[in-house]
Design a protein around this ligand. Structure first.
Ligand code: C2O
Ligand code: CU
Ligand code: CU
Length: 419
């Protein structure tokens, strides 16, 4: 923090080149560098100020996905930062520890700006580290998953606005790296996995199908670790996992085909090579953090959203001038999201929610925590208990939308205000 008690961050959107495939230069976009962005970190109670500068040849925005903040700071399509301009949002971090992220949100162009590489992780801390591995880059490692297609000359190819889903790439990059490896030095590693892909859904597993623990969802840590051998991750979602290793082994983090149109194909994501001696790391405790469920009152307001074919929600496409929903500050509501066709998920800005049920069935333990993005299976309804924040502003909307970016850009998005 500076003398004014405010933590100051600078992010410059810029174009550059990155050697992703050996010997080829890929034109890429990034924050403070040619590709992707730095991991930002702040703790609950911090006051943060972001200086956003845009050196691209076109307007963009920076949205804080997973952050609770006033709508005027949210960086949605109403906050374009023109080339050469600067934007300095400021707010107080007031939410539990979580793995959030940031990315552009320009109206109709989010898919393109993300595909070029504008994305970064934003880690929120809240008090002590809850007994989880927390040495950044050693046993606490963010993994940004993005699938790409490459042209002969190394540039990204494919049209993120074409076809039913836009880009479904045939290479998966992790933190911008093609065919990456990680040297494991500790008995356990916590991976904060972010799906920053345009449309691809992952089903994560270890190559020997060993079990691992899910310790956090999008918006915070779980009360108790959930043991799994696979975990799904759709665009915009984050999952924190803890994997245990033995000395001198090799195992691969990979994604496997889940039979869905957006989850086709098996891909190796990260080769994990462990040292011959591993530093001891305690196992996550039975309780990670005290967890309070989001509990709607018996007479809670219920809103229904149908994700239609033709990129609309409740039969309407995004209109920047139309407010679709008005929500009182601090409300706890039930949002029912119904998918009438195709593959979609659903993200709500600002809020934290818990899944009540998917097609009538309560969610598995690994997705029962605080979230802001959820997969909505075809021809089913997901019911969410949604906790809204305390920042009223009738003039500045937040968004909700499908996070398959082609759908979002085509108008599968609506706006709400908190009053
Ligand atoms: Cu990840 Cu509306 O955003
Ligand atoms: Cu968001
Ligand atoms: Cu969609």
């Amino acid at each position: 923090p500076g003398p004014d008690g405010v933590r100051h961050y600078e992010l410059t959107l810029q174009a550059g080149e990155t050697e992703i495939l050996p010997g080829k230069q890929t034109p890429t976009w990034g924050f403070n560098g040619p590709f992707l962005g730095p991991t930002l970190r702040a703790a609950r109670g911090d006051r943060v100020r972001m200086s956003i500068r845009n050196t691209l040849g076109e307007a963009s925005t920076v949205h804080w996905h997973g952050l609770r903040l006033p709508a005027a700071m949210d960086g949605g399509p109403h906050r374009p930062v023109d080339p050469g301009a600067e934007w300095t949002p400021e707010w107080e971090i007031d939410q539990p520890a979580a793995t959030a992220w940031y990315h552009p949100h320009p109206h109709g162009k989010t898919s393109l700006h993300l595909y070029h590489g504008l994305a970064g992780v934003f880690v929120i801390d809240d008090g002590p580290d809850a007994g989880l591995p927390s040495e950044y880059g050693v046993d606490d490692v963010p993994l940004i998953l993005q699938d790409k297609m490459f042209a002969e000359d190394g540039s990204f190819s494919g049209d993120p606005l074409k076809g039913p889903f836009g880009i479904l790439g045939d290479h998966v990059l992790v933190n911008g790296v093609y065919d990456p490896g990680f040297a494991v030095l500790t008995e356990r590693v916590r991976f904060r996995v972010l799906n920053a892909s345009n449309a691809r859904m992952y089903t994560l597993e270890l190559s020997d199908r060993r079990h691992f623990q899910v310790v956090g969802n999008d918006r915070g840590l779980l009360g108790t670790p959930a043991e799994v051998d696979q975990v799904p991750l759709t665009p915009g979602e984050r999952v924190e996992i803890v994997v245990a290793f033995t000395p001198g082994e090799q195992v691969v983090l990979r994604t496997v085909d889940n039979g869905l149109d957006i989850g086709k194909g098996d891909f190796d994501l990260l080769r994990l090579v462990t040292a011959s001696e591993l530093r001891p790391t305690p196992a996550p405790g039975e309780q990670i953090v005290p967890f309070t469920a989001i509990t709607p009152a018996a007479d809670a307001r219920v809103r229904h959203f149908t994700l239609n074919a033709r990129d609309s929600i409740n039969g309407r496409t995004m209109d920047m001038a139309r407010i679709d929903e008005v929500v009182p500050t601090g409300a706890v509501e039930i949002w029912e999201v119904e998918n009438s066709a195709s593959s979609h998920n659903f993200h709500i800005h600002e809020v934290s929610f818990q899944i009540l049920d998917v097609a009538g069935t309560p969610p598995p333990a690994h997705s029962a925590g605080y979230k802001d993005t959820v997969f909505v299976p075809t021809r089913s309804t997901v019911r969410l208990a949604v906790q809204f924040g305390r920042y009223a502003d009738p003039g500045a909307p937040y968004m909700y939308h499908c996070h398959l970016l082609r759908h979002e850009d085509a108008g599968m998005m609506g706006q709400f205000v908190i009053v």
